[in-house]
Design a protein around this ligand. Structure first.
Ligand code: NAD
Ligand code: TYD
Length: 330
């Protein structure tokens, strides 16, 4: 199969390009190369590359020509950045999705939208994990933009008969994740002896899903998912402080680096999803955070300083100062 992988130079998309190549499928990557995109992530994997914006119909038509399917990973993906500046999130996550859907509609392509469990919003501690029919209750500009993309997909299925499915994955971790999200930020800061900024009490809960397991779920949905169907891709639920203690253990960093800082506005306490539907298609995760997933990820960052050190000295510094300067009093 020839698959257009949008956002294929980013974290999860690059793992998916790797999966396609290992299966003997053909990957065509369309990526704008924002701060989060890095061609190095797929330098050793067979693919065709197009630099461009998914919200640009000309760039999409050029890249998608001859493809059988589109899997849309391209997004602005970080909650804290969406709080600083929501506009870019609407352009890529909503408008970009609609442009891709238009192409799929007019050229009869299979389409998979890579979405997130964050669209279900804050799940009370005592509540059961969300199934796919749970209402959308997005909290952040990021999750609202992803929810907007999802609604476009469902509208294109119903109105135009596009053969599209949606996956809603949990918090994803693994090698090559840009060091702004919890795991890679704390792991790399721990290696550098820098402060670890815990938002609020750190008792928020997330499900942690390895990038390879996430991509296996997405690929299964591409091949076996139904039109208009949504599939949750779940992980292992853990309290943030448990994960952070694991990072201290595996990096050998001192707990003295921990700082409880001002909380994220609108911060969801808990995400929890039920992936029975995806499991019934044959999906089963192969990694768990405490069964080696976290240790292996820490080891990757230990062994690949050359990947993340240049990132942390570039645009990242301005972002870090804006996000953490006041919080850490630096
Ligand atoms: P990422 O930020 O690491 O990568 C995003 C990629 O998209 C980058 O390569 C970037 O250059 C590219 N991109 C951004 N805007 C673009 C545009 N307008 N046109 C073309 N390319 C563009 O993101 P990620 O963590 O790999 O997430 C990938 C997808 O998975 C996103 O849709 C995200 O919402 C979803 N998701 C992520 C997680 C997670 O924990 N990271 C969990 C569930 C779902
Ligand atoms: P993050 O990796 O940003 O993913 P999301 O907000 O999309 O779930 O954050 C995961 C959790 O870690 C979330 O509860 C916020 C928390 N967090 C911190 O405590 N400090 C930080 O510096 C970051 C980036 C996240």
């Amino acid at each position: 199969m020839r698959v257009l992988v949008t956002g294929g130079a980013g974290f999860i998309g690059s793992h998916y390009v790797r999966l396609l190549a290992a299966q003997g499928d053909e990957a065509v990557v369309l990526d704008k190369l924002t701060y989060a995109g890095n061609r190095e992530n797929i330098a050793d994997v067979s693919h065709t590359f197009h630099q461009g914006d998914i919200a640009d119909p000309v760039a999409v038509a050029k890249a998608a020509e001859g493809c059988d399917a589109i899997v849309n990973f391209a997004a602005e993906s970080h909650v804290d950045r969406s709080i600083m500046g929501p506009a870019e999130f609407i352009l890529t996550d909503v408008l970009g999705t609609q442009v891709l859907l238009d192409y799929a509609r007019h050229h009869n392509l299979r389409y998979v939208q890579v979405s997130t469990d964050e669209v279900y919003g804050d799940i009370p501690l005592e509540a059961a994990p969300s199934t796919e029919d749970a209402p959308i209750r997005a909290s952040s500009p990021y999750s609202a933009s992803k929810a907007g993309g999802d609604l476009q997909v469902l509208a294109y299925v119903r109105t135009f008969g596009v053969n599209a499915s949606i996956t809603r994955g949990a918090n994803t971790y693994g090698p090559q994740q840009y060091p702004e999200k919890l795991l890679p930020l704390f792991i790399t800061n721990a290696f550098d002896g820098l402060e670890l900024p815990v938002y609020g009490d750190g008792r928020q809960r997330r499900e942690w899903l390895h990038a390879e397991d996430h991509c296996a779920g997405i690929d299964l949905v591409l091949r076996k998912g139904g039109a208009g169907e949504i599939y949750n891709v779940s992980g292992q639920e853990r309290e943030n402080m448990d994960v952070i203690r694991g990072i201290l253990d595996h990096t050998g960093a001192s707990p003295d680096l921990l700082r409880h800082v001002a909380d994220r506005p609108g911060h969801d306490r808990r995400y929890a999803i039920d992936s029975t539907k995806l499991r019934s298609l044959g999906w089963a995760p192969r990694h768990t955070l405490d069964g080696g997933g976290l240790a292996d990820t820490v080891a990757w960052y230990r062994d690949n300083r050359a990947w993340w050190e240049p990132i942390k000295s570039g645009e990242y510094r301005a972002y870090y100062e804006a996000q953490y300067g006041n919080r850490l009093g630096s």
